[in-house]
Design a protein around this ligand. Structure first.
Ligand code: ATP
Length: 479
């Protein structure tokens, strides 16, 4: 079994080798922190997206979904605070010309100290970092980098520029004639598309508070990143839900959504010990509470989802900038107010990495007679890209015809894969590697009694079942 340090690399290689995730435009040597999902990756992504969407909308009678555009009126981002405040402190190394996020540089030093067993020093440094970030003290951050003697990983020197704020939004021009064009942004989060549509949805859907609006879509951030695969990308997908509530009820709804979201995570079959809540110490001035759900990736506990109690900040700002009333009349208390909001915000790509990290296993199957091993992705069946492989034992004797009959029935209901080439053992291993939970083999006995061998991915156990039972058995397993 690969250890944690190279397990991450093994997952990245596996994703590429088996058609899950490729570097973007790889034939041109790729584009940093941008990735493409291949034939199995895109199925996995769709299954996770659908699972979230169903749990948020179909199963919640008071939450509806929307699909807002990526481009939004530029004033949106003034009102949201992103134009002035969506930035990270950065520092450049003058020798290597490499740019770093200051908090990442210092956090790497904190990790080093912890690994050396210097826990008190690590805690002190973390506290200093938090205080300087909270105070926006850029020169203090630079001093900390110098006193900690932090060096650039490429040049090996401490020849640093001053620390500067670097806005993470991508901008472009809208309009065909250059004199008439104006600058707009690629959205850095999907949430604002929900806030600006709050009244449209509330009125047309006759929604009564408390209610939620959910959305899944692309977001773009000009992140400074180093080898974090799909954990931190420049183009990524978010699944967000804004829950609109009566002021004064925010604490109970915040607790409700913390619990509900953790339940959702556990329903992915991931053990509770792999998750933890991390409360934010530094809250935005308008926020009442905020926490992250962190998962233990091969590189440590990191944020997958944020849950935020945001008061009425966003709607108030949009009301102020648009000069349009964004209020709700609450018939139960006979009052108009700007609703408060609890937000749940999860990254789809980070969820994919979490599911992949959890599913990836290298198993030693050696017996005294021969050495053997397999790599298997133990996805929950409902998330697996392919649910069933249909494998005729040989290419002749009428076996492919029966296998095709099974395909014709099953592919109407879920994703199937047909293969007749190579020895059956090899075909099983290929299905293990892409996480297919069920394989059925059509053999000579099938011609006599219309039964097949079904093989279960995780236990590798094999049973004999009638052809008619295949589809119901799998449909039940994928929920
Ligand atoms: P981080 O601290 O890791 O930069 P964040 O706190 O800025 O994340 P949010 O703005 O709260 O993240 O976004 C909500 C979710 O969107 C995150 O929990 C994460 O899953 C996802 N996300 C944010 N930035 C990225 C990114 N660059 N690549 C992939 N997913 C991202």
């Amino acid at each position: 079994m690969a250890n944690d340090t190279n397990r991450f690399q093994a997952i990245i290689s596996h994703c590429k080798e088996y058609g899950f995730i490729f570097p973007s435009s790889e034939i041109y040597d790729g584009l940093s922190a941008v990735y493409d999902y291949g034939q199995y990756g895109s199925e996995l992504k769709k299954n996770i997206r659908d699972y979230w969407w169903k749990s948020m909308t179909q199963l919640q009678e008071n939450i509806v979904g929307i699909d807002a555009a990526i481009f939004m009126h530029p004033t949106t981002w003034k009102a949201s605070g992103h134009v002035d405040g969506f930035s990270d402190p950065m520092i450049d190394n003058k020798d290597s010309k490499k740019r770093y996020r200051v908090d990442h540089l210092i956090e790497a030093r904190i990790d080093e100290l912890s690994k050396e067993g210097k826990n008190t020093e690590a805690d002190t440094l973390q506290a200093q970092l938090d205080a300087l970030i909270a105070a926006d003290d850029l020169s203090g951050l630079k001093d900390l980098i110098l006193t900690q003697k932090i060096k650039c990983g490429v040049s090996g020197t401490s020849n640093w520029t001053d620390v500067r704020q670097f806005n993470l939004m991508f901008s472009t021009q809208i309009g065909s004639v250059s004199e008439e064009s104006s600058e707009i942004y690629l959205r850095p989060e999907t949430a604002q598309g929900i806030f600006v549509n709050f009244l449209n949805v509330q009125k047309t859907g006759r929604m009564k508070i408390p209610f939620g609006i959910a959305q899944i879509g692309k977001a773009f951030r000009n992140e400074i990143v180093a080898r974090q695969f799909i954990f931190r990308m420049r183009e990524f997908e978010q699944m967000e839900m804004q829950f609109f509530i009566r002021p004064g009820t925010e604490d109970e709804w915040y607790e409700h959504w913390k619990e509900a979201r953790m339940k959702w995570h556990l329903s992915l079959g991931i053990p509770p010990a792999k998750y933890r809540f991390h409360d934010h110490v530094k809250l935005a001035f308008y926020a009442k509470a905020a926490c992250d759900i962190e998962y233990e990736f091969p590189f440590g506990f990191k944020e997958v989802e944020g849950i935020h109690s945001r008061t009425n900040h966003d709607l108030s700002r949009h009301q102020e900038y648009s000069k349009k009333k964004l209020q709700y009349f609450d018939p139960e208390i006979n009052q108009n107010y700007i609703p408060y909001v609890i937000e749940t915000s999860i990254g789809l790509d980070r969820t994919i990495l979490m599911v992949l990290s959890e599913a990836y296993a290298e198993e030693d199957l050696s017996t005294p007679e021969k050495t053997d091993s397999r790599v298997v992705l133990k996805f929950p069946p409902r998330l697996a890209p392919v649910k069933l492989a249909v494998l005729p034992l040989t290419k002749k004797d009428g076996l492919p015809e029966i296998a095709r009959e099974i395909m014709d029935v099953c592919k109407q209901q879920f994703r199937c894969f047909y293969e007749e080439k190579d020895a059956i053992g090899k075909r099983y291993r290929r299905m293990d590697a892409i996480g297919t939970p069920f394989c059925v083999t059509v053999d000579h006995q099938t011609k006599e009694d219309r039964t097949v061998t079904i093989r279960y991915r995780d236990s590798m156990q094999q049973d004999r079942i009638p052809i008619e039972q295949i589809a119901p058995l799998i449909s039940k397993a994928i929920g």
